[in-house]
Design a protein around this ligand. Structure first.
Ligand SMILES: [Ca+2]
Ligand SMILES: [Ca+2]
Ligand SMILES: [Ca+2]
Ligand SMILES: [Ca+2]
Length: 312
């Protein structure tokens, strides 16, 4: 089932291919196409009748102000890849950007490995609009949570989020590849009481707690793994957390389909040159044996499809 959504995916471009959008006749004739193709058609005899000069190159995108720099994510808390073993789990996530942003509805998506999309959450921006807080209506104490921040998020000038993260479970300094566009994907794990983080809460975790019971941070027998709530002491609070989680395990059933992380070139940007290749990155590995080339094709808006694309 997971590959079904992939196979249904289609790549459609919001921007016209170069030439089409600048062609005042809007026609599809080879002559009018050649006019705007300045790189390969210098022959003046092919100009549209009446034209004295070649038309200007398509305007560069993002002309709404001096700010042409895409916003990036500077920090995520909890840190990407965190394995939370307390009785709070995944309940609140803070995402700090390197400049004020606008977060439209639908730009933040949460999913769990065990039960799919999370709908019960709210988002808020701080006064400076640089930190986004995602608050879940119910804490997630046992699951794998994936957070997707879409590049519908923009800065105040409309530049799309430059959000690519190298690995959803590894920290970073700043997201992005230097070009606007690209979803940010982060992942957390939670299993209450799993002191050794082996995805099962059992007697091994109980032994780890007993070995450190009564210890304070700095004591010789203090084991950070036993301090389930990370308050610097291994005590009755940690025992209570362990007992609540005892016998549970982390779901390993993958019920979540792959999602697109980024598309290059950005489908929302005007193209300044012909393209022969588009690169699509996904949140997880795809099953190469089930990749159907017909799932990917390029199509001009109002124009023809450009054939099936080879997927590596
Ligand atoms: Ca900016
Ligand atoms: Ca990018
Ligand atoms: Ca364990
Ligand atoms: Ca503790």
């Amino acid at each position: 089932m997971a590959s079904g959504s992939l196979l249904a995916a289609q790549l459609a471009y919001a921007a016209p291919l170069p030439g089409k959008g600048e062609d005042p006749t809007g026609g599809d004739s080879p002559a009018s196409l050649a006019v705007s193709d300045t790189s390969t058609s210098p022959d003046p005899t092919r100009l549209t009748p009446g034209a004295t000069t070649l038309p200007p190159a398509p305007a560069p995108p993002l002309t709404r102000g001096a700010d042409t720099t895409a916003p990036r994510i500077a920090a995520v808390s909890p840190a990407p890849g965190s394995f939370l073993v307390d009785n709070v789990g995944v309940r609140r996530i803070n995402v700090t950007f390197d400049e004020p942003v606008v977060v439209p509805a639908g730009a933040v998506r949460l999913r769990t490995l065990g039960s799919g999309p999370i709908n019960g959450f709210s988002t808020s921006l701080d006064a400076l609009a640089q930190t986004l807080t995602i608050s879940l209506s119910a804490p997630i104490l046992s699951d794998v949570v994936t957070v997707v921040l879409d590049y519908a998020i923009t800065d105040q000038a409309g530049n799309a989020l430059d959000g690519e993260a190298t690995d959803p479970e590894i920290g970073f300094v700043l997201t992005g590849d230097g070009a606007a566009g690209g979803q940010a994907v982060f992942r957390f794990r939670a299993l209450q009481g799993d002191a050794n983080r082996d995805t099962v809460v059992d007697d091994l975790d109980r032994q780890i707690l007993l070995g450190s019971l009564g210890a304070l941070d700095g004591d010789a027998n203090f084991n950070p793994a036993a301090d389930l709530n990370s308050d610097g002491a291994v005590n009755v609070l940690d025992v209570a957390i362990l007992l609540q989680g005892m016998g549970t395990s982390l779901s390993v059933t993958d019920s979540v389909g792959p999602a697109v992380v980024s598309i290059v070139p950005d489908p929302n940007a005007d193209l300044s040159a012909d393209i022969s290749q588009a690169t699509v990155a996904f949140t997880e590995a795809l099953d190469a044996a089930k990749l159907d080339p017909r799932a990917f094709f390029l199509k001009e808006i109002g124009g023809p499809a450009h054939g099936e694309c080879a997927a590596p």
